[in-house]
Design a protein around this ligand. Structure first.
Ligand SMILES: Cc1ncc(C[n+]2csc(CCOP(=O)(O)OP(=O)(O)O)c2C)c(N)n1
Length: 336
């Protein structure tokens, strides 16, 4: 397993970029928590968020060129879309299904992110279908001779789907500029990873499709970034795909409809809470003299204020016009 513990300068990141990474991780956590709270208040019908997976999300997305590369997230990827340029307001409008939400104007399921100007590709709830879509955008970029990379995120359960194997096979054959990111959070709802794969590291599968696979500590944002940087650089050089397996843990139930006490112990969750990627990164920055306790608390305050302001804005924003419910579903008559 790759565990990059390099000096802050070693990965070519500036102090400002390191602080921005921490900020995006904290913002992703706070937005996830807010969406779950709004669900308990009866305001968001369904919440699916990614608390615990912020390092895997922010570390990978940070290697992309926002607005130029193709971003194909899955439902937990609040950290990904924040790095690419979505705002807390965008995310709260999306969660509350408001008409002005850029994702789908309130039509799609919550957490099905999309943003045409940022090249965030809309996904479906059907597990692993987005992996094929990302191979499609990568194929188009290659055919057109464009210097674009596609990155796609998915869970460990998604690696059992035919779509994942077909996508990897096609990408390997055509040497496509795509990076596969498996956020291995150890469960597919209640099914543990040991019932999804008979290998210790799912990254070994990449070899079967003719490209490199790497397993990384998914709670170490710099280790994740290091492997993503290398994968994106490879893709841009025309050397084809890479599979990154970021080993992490979902600290919250699968969704607001799930009771995780039915299939995992509190001791296990507690054990992983001690490896919280945000606390780890804060400690790392403090050790390197890049963050002190006051700056950390100020950042937490700024994040809380932004999420409050975004919530207030989104709660007051109008719901979609009921007339618009079938928009983009059926072909529209000419002239309408
Ligand atoms: C093809 C398909 N099968 C089943 C489901 C129901 N389902 C939704 S999420 C999920 C678990 C996916 O697990 P994983 O890929 O590990 O991602 P995680 O949710 O753990 O992040 C399942 C089975 C679905 N949406 N699509």
């Amino acid at each position: 397993m790759v565990s990059v513990r390099e000096s802050p300068g070693g990965l070519g990141l500036t102090g400002d970029q390191l602080m921005d990474m921490l900020y995006k991780m904290m913002l992703a956590r706070a937005i996830g928590q807010r969406v779950r709270m709004l669900n308990r208040m009866g305001k968001v019908p369904f919440a699916v968020t990614g608390e615990g997976q912020e390092a895997a999300q922010v570390g990978t997305a940070y290697a992309l060129a926002p607005g130029k590369d193709w971003v194909v997230p899955y439902y937990r990827d609040i950290g990904v879309v924040l790095v690419i340029g979505q705002t807390p307001r965008d995310l709260l409008l999306e969660a509350l299904a408001r008409g002005e939400s850029v994702s789908s104007g309130g039509r799609n399921m919550p957490s099905h992110f999309s943003d045409p100007k940022l090249r965030i590709v809309s996904g479906a709830a059907v597990v692993a279908t987005q992996i094929v879509h990302a191979v499609g955008t990568a194929f188009a970029s290659k055919l057109r001779g464009l210097d674009e990379v596609s990155m796609v995120w998915f869970g460990d359960g998604a690696t059992s789907e035919g779509d994942c194997h077909e996508a990897m096979n096609f990408a390997g054959i055509h040497g496509l500029p795509v990076v596969f990111v498996c956020e291995h959070n150890q469960y597919a709802i209640s099914v543990p990873w040991t019932k999804q794969m008979a290998v210790e590291n799912v990254s070994v599968r990449a070899q079967g499709y003719g490209f490199p696979g790497v397993t990384v500590d998914g709670n170490d944002v710099l280790a994740v970034y290091g492997s993503a940087r290398e994968a994106v650089d490879r893709a841009r050089r025309g050397e084809g795909p890479t599979f990154i397996e970021a080993k992490t843990y979902r600290l919250v139930p699968h969704t607001s409809d799930d009771d995780d006490r039915r299939y995992r112990s509190r001791e296990e969750v507690e054990k992983w809470a001690k490896k919280d990627p945000i606390i780890r990164f804060q400690a790392y920055l403090q050790e390197h003299g890049l963050l002190d306790a006051k700056e950390r608390d100020d950042l937490a305050m700024k994040v809380a204020e932004e999420v409050d302001a975004a919530t207030e804005y989104a709660e007051n924003a109008p719901l979609p016009d009921p007339e618009s419910a079938l928009k983009h579903v059926f072909a529209e008559e000419k002239g309408r």
